[in-house]
Every structure is written in C-alpha cells, then in structure tokens.
Design a protein around this ligand. Structure first.
Ligand SMILES: Cc1cc2nc3c(=O)[nH]c(=O)nc-3n(C[C@H](O)[C@H](O)[C@H](O)COP(=O)(O)O)c2cc1C
Length: 297
C-alpha cells in the first residue's frame, strides 16, 4: 500500500485491467471534493489500484478513467507478450523469441533534475536512473536544465513575447515522451523554483496542442537526493500533488536519497545496492506503464 493515511482520507479505486475491461470501481469511502492527488499503489497481474489521498475531484476521476481505459486490454488490443526484455533475462532464448515475435517500440522516457547546479546530486541521480532505463532497452534521454535557461514565468512576459524558445524545445520533447522521471532537490521542504518554473512554462498551451499535452496521460516517477537526513522526501509530496493535478499518473514508488555526497559510486550508479534496487524499481515501473499506456500510439 501507499503512504499511511487515516481511514477517512483514503479511497481505494480498483481498476480492472483484464481483457475487455477498464472499470473504475466506486470508492469505499466518500471522496472529499478538495484538491486532488493520487498514486498507483499496487500492481498485480490484471489489477491496478489507485490511492486517492484526501482529494479526488471529478477532474481527477476523469483522468483515472482515461488511464484505466488505456491500461486495459480490449478486443482491439490483444494481450501482448511481456514488455521489454529484462536485463537478467536477456540471455534466455525464450525471452529473445518473445521479443522477436512481438516487437514493440521502446518507450521514450525523459530524465530531468530540478537543479541546474554543475555538481548537482539530483543530476547525478537522473543520469543513474537514465542508465538503468537505457540498460532495460528504453529510449532514455537525460536533460540538463542548465542547457534550457528560462525566465521566471510571468503572464505579461508570455503575452508580450510568447513561450520562450527553450520552453518550446522542452515542450516538444515532453510531448513526444511516454513518461518522465524527475529528480527533485528539496528547498525549504518543497519543490525548487527551477522545477516549478519549468513545469509552469511546460503547462502553457501552444497553438495546435491539446491542453497540458506535456503532462496529461503520461506516467512519472519521482526521485530526490539531498545531503540531509530526509533525502528530500518532503519536497516530493508537493511535486506529486502538482503533477497529479495536471493529469500525470505518478507511480507510488519513489526514492529519497539521504547523505547524497556519499551516495554515488565512481561510475555514477548508486553506491548502496538497496538504493540501486529501489531506483531500478521506480524506473522499471515507469517504463512498463509507459509502454502499456502508449502501446496503441
Ligand atoms: C534555499 C535552499 C533550501 C534548502 N532546503 C533544504 C531542505 O528543505 N531540505 C533538504 O534536504 N535540503 C535543503 N537544501 C539543501 C539541498 O538539499 C542541497 O543544496 C542539494 O545539494 C541541492 O540539490 P542539488 O545537489 O541537486 O543541486 C536547501 C538548499 C537551498 C539552497
């Protein structure tokens, strides 16, 4: 299950993903109509469950219904073989055979740190995560926000000058991506201004685009690294809420890496095996869900 919640704050929606079904079942408890956030909390064959934390609104329920529809199999979409070849399965002829028989495009996943700092721990974490995804066979692109400087968002500036070139480039990449992983430094218990500003610019509509095209219908994973003892955990709560509110499916697995100065091996991977496994879990879920969401694209 996801984070601990009092009973009256929790509603569990089950989404049946068996062939031919894509149903959001009724919540067990009344859903307060406040701001919303949700996360995928369980994944077992055929079933995906979502936690609605204090907040499911009609918009959020619509997002979830859409995710349910796209995650479900229908007669138009027969069950496919397992997704990407697992790194540990690459040598097995059976898996090679399956991959050959059902070729599927590699999901496009972006990796982005909410810090432009040259020696940013979160950039290092983003690169480590991108490497894991790449090893799995995903199309992984790691972005450095230092390459995309953006002015502080202001509606007057937008009206006068339009969306800045760097934001347009980022928007294009996000729209083409099937999912993304954000590595989020924590500033004063919350999201960094750089990351919030980037999300705000990317959320702005451009001609011919669907609303929130960078975020809606995408799957995201969250990570954080900090020299501190909570690893940036508090900031992730806010990033999760922001993304969930703009239509992104944020998986429940996340990493908050403490003592970041000592967390990385010389090759850029995570020094601690348990943390490397946690990172692999986040990346694997994002890649696999991205692939299921976008299999008919
Ligand atoms: C304005 C500011 C506020 C910060 N607040 C927090 C905080 O609330 N929690 C925390 O763990 N670290 C905090 N830090 C320390 C950052 O975690 C640290 O600078 C980290 O290295 C930033 O991420 P980066 O290495 O990816 O740039 C803060 C740093 C700054 C500059």
């Amino acid at each position: 299950m996801g984070s601990p919640l009092s009973a009256n704050m929790l509603s569990l929606y089950q989404i049946e993903t068996r062939a031919g079904h894509g149903t959001v079942l009724c919540p067990r408890t009344p859903v307060p109509s406040a701001q919303q956030s949700c996360s995928l909390v369980q994944q077992s064959p055929g079933t995906i469950s979502f936690d609605f934390i204090n907040m499911a609104s009609e918009i959020q329920q619509a997002h979830m219904s859409e995710f349910a529809r796209r995650l479900s199999c229908t007669s138009d979409c027969p069950p496919r073989s397992p997704t990407l070849p697992h790194p540990q399965h690459n040598q097995h002829p059976q898996h090679d055979q399956q991959t050959k028989e059902t070729p599927m495009a590699s999901p496009r996943i972006l990796f982005l740190a909410g810090s432009a700092r040259k020696t940013s721990f979160n950039k290092t974490l983003a690169r480590a995560a991108a490497q894991i995804a790449s090893d799995m066979g995903a199309d992984a692109t790691c972005l450095d926000m230092a390459d995309y400087p953006l002015p502080l968002f202001c509606e007057d500036l937008e009206a006068e000058q339009g969306i800045p070139e760097h934001a347009l480039k980022l928007k294009k990449m996000f729209i083409q991506a099937n999912g993304f992983i954000l590595c989020c430094p924590e500033y004063n218990g919350s999201i960094t201004p750089l990351l919030k500003n980037t999300i705000d610019w990317l959320s702005r509509p451009n001609e011919g685009e669907a609303p929130l095209a960078c975020f809606k219908g995408k799957v995201a994973g969250l990570m954080a690294a900090s020299p501190g003892s909570l690893g940036g955990l508090r900031g992730l709560v806010h990033v999760r809420a922001i993304l969930s509110g703009i239509g992104t499916l944020v998986i429940p697995e996340q990493i908050a890496l403490t003592n970041a100065a000592n967390a990385f091996a010389p090759d850029g991977s995570l020094a601690d095996d348990t943390q490397q496994q946690r990172a692999t879990k986040v990346v694997t879920q994002v890649v696999e869900i991205a692939q299921r969401l976008h299999r008919n694209d």
